[in-house]
Design a protein around this ligand. Structure first.
Ligand code: NAI
Length: 273
C-alpha cells in the first residue's frame, strides 16, 4: 500500500498502523531525512518491506516516477492514500497571496489528482484496489474564524474530485472503492506546514501558520493521530465512502448541508399557474 505525506502526523500514524497489520508499504514525502528515519525504524520493527521515496505530490512527474517504482518493486498495489497536505497563514481572501493559493491547491488538490491518476491505470488493469484521500471538515463547511479560503477551496475540491472519479469507476463497472477522510483538529505538525513551502511560492517559513483568530469552541477535542489512523483504516476496510474522525463536527456539517439544500429549494422559480 501507498501513503503520501507519510513522514509526519496522520500519514505517519497510518504507516505505523499498516506495519502492525503486516502490509508492504511505500511511503512518499517531501521531507527526506524524516522519511528515511521512519522507513529505517519501520523496517527494523516489521518483517514486511517498507520503502520510502522523496516525492513532491504537486509535481506529476515526481508522482508518476514513484508509482512506476512501487509497481515494479511490489507488483501489486491494493491501497493508495493521498494524504499529503499543507496550510498557510490564516488571513482573509483580500490579504491572501496568489502564490499561497497555487501552493496549497498544488499539494492538497492537484496532489490527490496526481497520486490517484498515477496508480489508477494499474488498479484498473488488475481489476481491484482502493483509493483514499485526506480532506478536512473544512472541505464540508466554513470554519467560523474564516481566513482559510485557499485551504477550504482545496479540501472542497477533494470531495468533488472523489465524487467524479467514483462516477468514472462506476461507468466502467469497476470494483475500485474510494474513501475520503474528514478530520477535525488532530495533533500533528500541520500548523508548521510553511516549513515545506517551496522557493517558487515564497520559500519556507518557521512561523506557526494557521492560528485561528477566534478561540475554538470548548466542545472541540484535538485528537491524537494514532486513533484517527485506526478509524480511517477501519472505514477503508469496511468500504465506507466518507469518514469523519471528530464526532462533534457532524452536527454543524449536517446543519450546513441542510441549509444549502433549503436555499436551493427556495431558489426554484415557481411557474405561474
Ligand atoms: P503534518 O504536517 O504533520 O503532515 C503532513 C505531511 O505532508 C508532512 O510530512 C509533509 O512533509 C508532507 N508534505 C507536505 N507537502 C508535501 C508535498 N508537496 N509532497 C509530499 N509530501 C508533502 O500534517 P497532518 O495534519 O498530518 O496532515 C495530513 C493531512 O491531514 C493533510 O492533508 C491535512 O490537510 C489534513 N488535515 C489535518 C488536520 C489537523 O488538524 N492536523 C485537520 C484536517 C485535515
Amino acid at each position: 500500500m501507498v501513503v503520501t505525506g507519510a513522514a509526519s502526523g496522520i500519514g505517519e500514524a497510518i504507516a505505523r498502523e499498516c506495519v502492525e497489520r503486516g502490509f508492504r508499504l511505500a511511503l512518499a514525502d517531501i521531507e527526506k531525512a524524516r522519511l528515511e528515519d521512519l522507513v529505517n525504524e519501520l523496517n527494523e520493527l516489521s518483517e514486511t518491506d517498507v520503502i520510502g521515496k522523496f516525492v513532491d505530490v504537486a509535481d506529476s512527474l515526481s508522482v508518476l516516477e514513484f508509482a512506476e517504482n512501487v509497481q515494479s518493486e511490489f507488483g501489486r498495489v491494493d491501497l493508495v492514500v493521498a494524504n499529503a497536505g499543507v496550510i498557510a497563514t490564516n488571513k482573509p481572501l483580500w490579504e491572501q497571496k496568489v502564490e499561497d493559493l497555487h501552493w496549497i491547491l498544488g499539494v492538497n488538490l492537484v496532489g490527490v489528482f496526481n497520486t490517484w491518476s498515477s496508480f489508477l491505470p494499474h488498479m484498473i488493469e488488475t481489476g481491484s484496489g482502493h483509493l483514499a484521500a485526506t480532506s478536512s471538515v473544512a472541505g464540508l463547511m466554513p470554519m467560523i474564524w474564516g481566513g482559510n479560503s485557499p485551504y477550504a477551496a482545496s479540501k472542497y475540491g477533494v470531495v468533488g474530485l472523489a465524487e467524479a472519479v467514483d462516477q468514472d469507476l462506476r461507468n466502467i463497472s469497476s470494483d475500485i472503492g474510494i474513501t475520503v477522510l474528514f478530520p477535525g483538529p488532530v495533533r500533528t505538525r500541520i500548523r508548521e506546514a510553511l516549513r515545506n513551502r517551496p522557493e517558487a511560492y515564497g520559500g519556507p517559513m518557521k512561523e506557526t501558520s494557521y492560528v485561528p483568530p477566534i478561540a475554538a469552541p470548548d466542545s472541540w477535542v484535538t485528537l491524537e493521530p494514532t486513533g484517527v489512523a485506526k478509524h480511517f483504516l477501519q472505514a477503508i476496510e469496511a468500504g465506507e465512502r466518507y469518514v469523519i474522525s471528530n464526532p462533534e463536527f457532524l452536527e454543524p456539517i449536517v446543519g450546513h448541508l441542510s441549509n444549502v439544500s433549503k436555499e436551493l429549494q427556495s431558489s426554484i422559480i415557481q411557474e405561474d399557474s
